[in-house]
Design a protein around this ligand. Structure first.
Ligand code: ZN
Length: 198
């Protein structure tokens, strides 16, 4: 099975369309959350990634903020302003759909979380210590997270050892058949590694 895994679209429809165009044919799309917030096209992005198009959809902190389920004082001023604006754009059905999305999903052999398996809404897996600690919080071979907006791969060959980090470069092929893996596909709509490519 071939799966396209995306995260942190952040209401950037142009980027979302570019990523979908650049992807080869896939059997399923999995969306790790933060579909809205920051960007200008929340309604269109949610429509494009509706239940018919996406097999697994998670909720992220910005999604929760946009429907009033997260305290905005935790947000920086720009994120807060965007959340309040986004909130006014969404239709009732869109709000209801966001409200029932899970923060984590465990499917066949894989765990999905927006931030981390330990703290799916808030934790950033941005350093080796956090990554290593999180291996105890999922049981599958693979776990995919988003939230940091930076593509990253952490892995360990066997349990009991700290994980190792591997920088991901576009075009890399990674054999994930051995060991356990914590993988972040980066952000569709707001990449924070300075690389805008799909
Ligand atoms: Zn995000």
């Amino acid at each position: 099975m071939r799966v396209l895994i995306i995260s942190d679209v952040h209401a950037n429809l142009v980027a979302l369309e570019a990523v979908l165009r650049a992807a080869p044919p896939v059997d399923e799309i999995w969306n790790l959350g933060d579909t809205v917030g920051y960007g200008p096209r929340p309604v269109a992005c949610l429509d494009r990634l509706g239940d018919d198009a996406v097999e697994h959809s998670l909720v992220g902190n910005h999604d929760l903020a946009a429907i009033g389920q997260l305290d905005l004082t935790e947000f920086n001023p720009w994120a807060r302003a965007a959340a309040m604006w986004t909130s006014n754009q969404l239709s009732s059905p869109q709000r209801e759909r966001l409200a029932v999305l899970p923060a984590t999903v465990v499917a066949t052999g894989v765990t999905l979380a927006h931030g981390s398996p330990r703290d799916p809404i808030w934790e950033y897996v941005a350093d080796r210590e956090t990554a290593s600690a999180n291996f105890a919080h999922f049981e599958t071979a693979w776990c995919f997270v988003g939230h940091t907006h930076v593509a990253r791969i952490d892995w360990r060959r066997d349990t009991g050892r700290p994980s190792r980090v591997r920088r991901f470069r576009p075009g890399d092929v990674v054999d994930v058949s051995q060991g356990r893996w914590l993988l972040n596909p980066g952000s569709v709509g707001q990449p924070r590694d300075g690389d805008p490519r799909a």
